[in-house]
Write a protein that binds this ligand. Structure first.
Ligand SMILES: [Zn+2]
Ligand SMILES: [Zn+2]
Length: 141
């Protein structure tokens, strides 16, 4: 990915590009292949203050460049949306390992349709499969 395309990605999502936003966005793309937390991002960018990182994550989330994941751990995680159409980014299944507390996006596995009671307006849906990841299973044996 070249520099121009990072800037373009932000602009296309309606984000006003600043040096910090661009730096954070690039760092996320470079460092994380899957979901990460604010603390992970702080470790990756120790020179940027925490509230700036949090605001930037919130902004990127609202622009649908990231999505947030509530994996039940009490720590919010974020993941880059890899779909061309970012609306497709929400509504997929996540996995969470109860031993190492890692989270994975199954971005191609859609949440199955659920029939809701009449009159209920859904706003967001989480579909989280909790279990033990292959690494942790191998370690336990
Ligand atoms: Zn694990
Ligand atoms: Zn995801």
């Amino acid at each position: 990915m070249n520099h121009n395309s990072d800037e373009q990605t932000l602009r296309n999502a309606g984000v006003r590009v600043t040096a910090v936003r661009l730096m954070v966005w690039r760092e996320i793309g470079r460092t994380f292949s899957g979901p990460f937390s604010l603390a992970d991002l702080e470790d990756a960018l120790p020179t940027v203050d925490k509230s700036t990182l949090f605001r930037t994550l919130t902004l990127l989330n609202e622009a649908h460049l990231l999505h947030d994941i509530d994996d039940g751990s009490g720590t919010h995680k974020y993941c880059i949306c890899h779909h061309e159409d970012t609306r497709l980014c929400s509504g997929h299944v996540h996995l969470s390992c109860r031993i190492c507390h890692k989270t994975w996006c199954l971005s191609d596995v859609r949440i199955p349709p659920v029939t809701l009671p009449e009159g209920f307006l859904p706003e967001e849906t989480e579909y989280l499969v909790k279990g033990i990841c292959p690494d942790c299973r191998n370690r336990d044996q």
